[in-house]
Design a protein around this ligand. Structure first.
Ligand SMILES: [Zn+2]
Length: 148
């Protein structure tokens, strides 16, 4: 018996609430937004009601430049959620935005993870997954050339 191949199920959507809505709405407009503390200047993602550093609730949204650097990564060869089965292998990474916040993301536009190095410069790529615009990153090849 052979099951007919069926299209993958829809991609899981983020849980959007009043707190993180500015982040998700900004991505639809082509911007990555993060939060910064008005009291101590600390910046972070994902959205929180209070600064994780000083617990101030003077929290503002800022637009990121889109520049980031690579902290660590792992290549997924197995789709633990069937919605991602057409995407494997794919790279899940932690990156640090130029403005400070760290975020979990995907690295795109790479053929193999051999191309990746710690601290390599990355640039933002906003991609649509169903109805959701998500922040991914790709290597900044231009800056690599300039560094060489
Ligand atoms: Zn603070």
């Amino acid at each position: 018996m052979h099951a007919p191949s069926s299209p993958p199920p829809p991609l899981p959507a983020p849980n959007i609430d009043e707190l993180n809505r500015p982040h998700w709405e900004a991505l639809k407009q082509g911007e990555l937004r993060f939060q910064r503390c008005g009291a101590c200047g600390h910046s972070w993602l994902p959205a929180r009601e209070q600064c994780p550093s000083c617990l101030s609730s003077q929290v503002d949204w800022e637009v990121a430049s889109g520049r980031a650097s690579l902290v660590s990564w792992i290549t997924y060869h197995v789709a633990f959620n069937k919605a991602f089965k057409d995407r494997i292998p794919y790279i899940v990474a932690i990156v640090t935005l130029a403005e400070g916040p760290r975020m979990l993301t995907n690295i795109v536009n790479v053929v193999s993870e051999d191309e990746l190095t710690i601290d390599m410069p990355l640039v933002l790529v906003i991609e649509w997954e169903g109805e959701t615009a998500v922040a991914h990153f790709r290597p900044d090849s231009l800056r690599e050339v300039h560094r060489a």
